[in-house]
Design a protein around this ligand. Structure first.
Ligand code: FES
Length: 577
């Protein structure tokens, strides 16, 4: 980096006179009381995603203070700036619709403002993916700090935590086993502290994947949001940010096909969220790296699930942290990892694993000899219903439904689902397969987490807890059930899901990786001739229009087509067929 382009001299505003631009910039920032000497220091930007709409980032002000401390101790000038902040429950129609906007905002604010490195404060589901996408595109030295998981709470004698228990207990309320008074009381127990959801949902998964990628200091994924260690971690990240600015350690040296393969491996080993596949595909796509779903599926067959956490297991993130956190997992599967990958510390992943504390007796992270399950939690299905692939989280599914043929009961949209799912006259049996369509990237829009289709109330009241459900939507990483997701291509652009009719037979065979609509090709062609698209960008405006016209399918990470790097320059993971 040329000397003249460092710190406050970077990216000067265009007035046609660079010295004047610098003079004016300094004049304005001196309103904050900065001295001339201070303004000569390397600048570390801090992307502050605090928002009162985002309790998952409720500790961001404390994190900013700790990061600033670290930056200043290392001789840098910290400057915080706001970006879009997204919380799952405060984003309409769904936070996924806005992930690409946050990525774009973060990228442009990093690019537009003078900084030599950036610390990205993420946490809630879409924030970390958006920030990694931005970091990949802008390719400036960057380091991730997450808010950290919330602590678990209690309801009576029972331990609870967002949001697996939110869904489980709401299911009991729907079934009439929990009354209105108790469910209201529970809503005050589920989330006892700030921080992201304390199970292996999308936020926890993305935190673990970011640490594995090497974009976060070691140990940072699992420290609870309210622990003092979380602030020490943030301080250390601030210090390190000054160093990577000087070293020119850019994200493209860290996020490579090999480190992304490591992240996908860890996704399997922690029993992580299905959403992380879409997000990692989007991050990789920014670097021109294609995530090969077939190879990912093969990787799952040879990767044991080691972490016993909800929604697939029993424990919470605070237990995972007490057990030693992600480094215990990395050590256990080190023979399956690319150990030469560089991390943001300047050391390789292998060196960092070697430097991790010795393990101690615990029951949350299993050994490869005694795993939670011998093969990965997530599989990729193919067939005439999902020529572009579909995802199934087998670790969260009922064993007897993994090979199942049933009659389709089709819902045309989220509105149709809401209107009819609890209708006492709905013709449905526990052996049927619930199908929801027009809930994909374009269809909903934004591919909401609607794949966790509720069990029809009349069946729930009979004690039915699981059914096969299929959609082009996503599912919260905190949810569970025999659920086929991300059916690709989606119904709204004419994928075969658009052609299914109530009464058709569908075959799901997870061991064989098959999702098949048992309707003849001739009949499907007849139906296709009569099909009409359900969405159009006509009449849409602003970001909504941009999204409808440019969002890609799940197998491309649902990124906007003009934000990705194409053609692809590499594919990952590399796993033998
Ligand atoms: Fe923010 Fe779950 S709602 S992580």
């Amino acid at each position: 980096m040329a000397e003249s382009k460092k710190g406050m001299r970077k990216g000067l505003t265009s007035y046609g006179d660079e010295e004047f631009s610098l003079f004016l910039r300094k004049a304005f920032i001196k309103a904050g009381g900065y001295s001339e000497d201070t303004l000569e220091l390397p600048v570390v930007g801090i992307a502050n995603t605090y928002s009162e709409y985002n309790p998952c980032h409720g500790n961001a002000p404390e994190l900013v203070a700790a990061i600033k401390r670290g930056v200043m101790f290392a001789g840098g000038l910290p400057i915080e700036f706001p970006t879009i902040s997204l919380h799952e429950s405060f984003a309409h129609p769904t936070s996924m619709f806005l992930r690409n906007l946050m990525a774009m905002d973060t990228e442009e604010m990093i690019r537009a403002q003078p900084m030599d490195a950036v610390v990205l404060i993420g946490g809630c589901d879409k924030t970390v993916p958006a920030q990694l996408m931005a970091a990949a595109s802008v390719n400036m030295p960057a380091i991730s700090v997450v808010s950290g998981p919330m602590l678990s709470g209690t309801h009576g004698a029972e331990r609870v935590g967002a949001c697996t228990d939110c869904r489980r207990l709401w299911g009991l309320h729907r079934a009439g086993e929990i009354d209105k008074e108790e469910i209201n009381e529970i809503s005050g127990r589920l989330i006892p502290t700030v921080g992201f959801c304390g199970v292996m949902g999308t936020a926890s998964t993305m935190a673990c994947l970011t640490e594995t990628l090497g974009m976060m200091l070691p140990g940072g994924a699992t420290i609870p949001a309210v622990h003092a260690d979380r602030m020490r971690h943030a301080e250390a990240a601030g210090r390190r940010a000054v160093e990577i600015a000087a070293e020119g350690l850019t994200p493209d040296k860290i996020m490579t096909p090999e480190s992304i393969a490591n992240a996908l491996r860890v996704l399997m080993a922690v029993g992580g969220s299905t959403n992380a596949i879409v997000h990692m595909t989007a991050v990789a796509g920014r670097l021109g790296i294609k995530v090969d779903l077939e190879a990912f599926d093969r990787m799952g067959r040879e990767t044991p699930v080691l972490v016993d956490l909800k929604p697939s297991g029993e424990n919470y993130m605070d237990d995972f942290h007490k057990a030693g956190g992600l480094r215990v997992v990395l050590r256990e599967i080190r023979h399956l990892l690319n150990l030469n990958c560089l991390t943001v510390t300047g050391k390789t992943l292998g060196e960092e694993i070697d430097a991790a504390p010795e393990p101690w007796p615990q029951t949350v992270v299993r050994t490869v000899d005694k795993p939670v399950s011998r093969s990965g939690g997530i599989v990729v299905l193919r067939g005439n219903l999902a020529p572009g692939g579909a995802i199934f989280k087998q670790s969260a599914a009922a064993e007897d439904l993994k090979r199942h043929t049933g009659r389709a009961v089709v819902f045309d949209s989220l509105e149709d689902l809401a209107a009819r799912i609890d209708d006492p006259d709905l013709e449905v049996s526990p052996q049927d397969i619930l199908v929801l369509r027009n809930a994909g990237p374009k269809g909903a829009p934004g591919m909401p987490e609607a794949g966790y289709i509720p069990i029809p109330r009349k069946l729930a009241q009979q004690g039915i807890k699981d059914m096969v459900r299929i959609s082009d939507a996503r599912m919260s990483g905190t949810a569970f059930g025999s659920i086929v997701l991300h059916v690709c291509p989606e119904a709204a652009i004419g994928g075969p899901l658009a052609l299914v009719r109530t009464g058709d037979l569908i075959r799901l065979d997870v061991p064989e990786r098959v999702l098949e609509l048992r309707v003849t090709d001739e009949e499907l062609e007849r139906r296709r001739a009569a099909w009409k698209p359900s969405v159009s960008s006509e009449g849409a405006r602003g970001y909504h229009k941009l999204h409808l016209e440019h969002v890609q399918q799940a197998d491309e990470g649902c990124d906007l087509d003009f934000m990705t790097r194409r053609p692809y320059v590499a594919a990952t993971p590399k796993v033998k067929a």
